[in-house]
Design a protein around this ligand. Structure first.
Ligand code: JBE
Length: 230
């Protein structure tokens, strides 16, 4: 899978992409993440990526020309149009696990991280195919949301996680939270690991985990149990 991130602040996204699972996914050739500095696509003397909003108002707006140029450059480099051009914005569809699952099946995603107050509406009207929010709170830009989306999606690409099973048992798969987990020692400061987990009886362990998942979900996130088709 290929992901291109367009941003005026490339340094914010570059660091985390070179760590841990995202780094390993790229080393293994399972994901290819490219970061594009909007400034590189400006053509004016001052290399201006943003400007004042028409009609007035607070904050700056990202100009359309460099964004269009970046998307056109990416399509040429990738030798084809991307599957989705996603704008990260607090007024988008709220990101969730089913959305991550769907996006993980695509070959090529372009993410636009608007900083400042937003981006020119014409980018959203004719370039963007999906608008996604990572939650109902305001951040100073789309860079952290872009990283959240990349992390959630890339870890679902087959082969990225060591244990092929582990994405399937995550919280939110099957609309349930994950069960409690423990590691050694068996007794720590008087607190004991549930004996069933040390029993070696795999069907009893699976039963216990299922029961714990339902119990935790009922207590903490009853909303997840509502419109389930199971
Ligand atoms: O969720 N988002 O995609 C955002 C983008 C920019 C600012 N705040 C957000 N929540």
């Amino acid at each position: 899978m290929r992901i291109d991130i367009i941003t005026a602040l490339p340094q914010i996204v570059e660091g985390p992409l070179d760590q841990s699972i995202l780094h390993r996914a790229q080393e293994k050739g399972l994901a290819e993440v490219h970061v594009h500095d909007l400034r590189a696509f400006t053509t004016d003397k001052h290399r201006q990526v943003d400007d004042y909003p028409y009609g007035g108002g607070a904050g700056m707006v990202l100009k359309p020309e460099p964004i269009f140029a970046a998307v056109e450059y990416i399509a040429e480099e990738a030798e084809g149009e991307p599957d989705e051009i996603i704008f990260l914005t607090p007024d988008g569809d709220v990101f969730d696990q089913p959305m991550a699952n769907t996006l993980s099946l695509k070959n090529h995603l372009v993410l636009i991280a608007g900083h400042y107050k937003g981006i020119d509406q014409r980018v959203r009207d004719v370039l963007v195919t999906r608008e996604i929010s990572i939650g109902d709170y305001v951040l100073s830009g789309g860079e952290l949301p872009a990283l959240v989306l990349v992390d959630a999606v890339v870890r679902l690409v087959p082969g990225v996680l060591g244990d092929a099973q582990s994405a399937l048992s995550d919280s939110f798969q099957e609309d349930l939270l994950d069960a409690p987990t423990y590691t050694r020692p068996a007794i720590f400061r008087g607190m004991e690991v549930p004996s069933v987990l040390r029993s070696g009886d795999h069907s009893r362990i699976a039963e216990w985990r299922e029961k714990e998942r339902r119990r935790k979900t009922t207590r903490r996130r009853p909303d997840l149990l509502q419109d389930s088709d199971t």
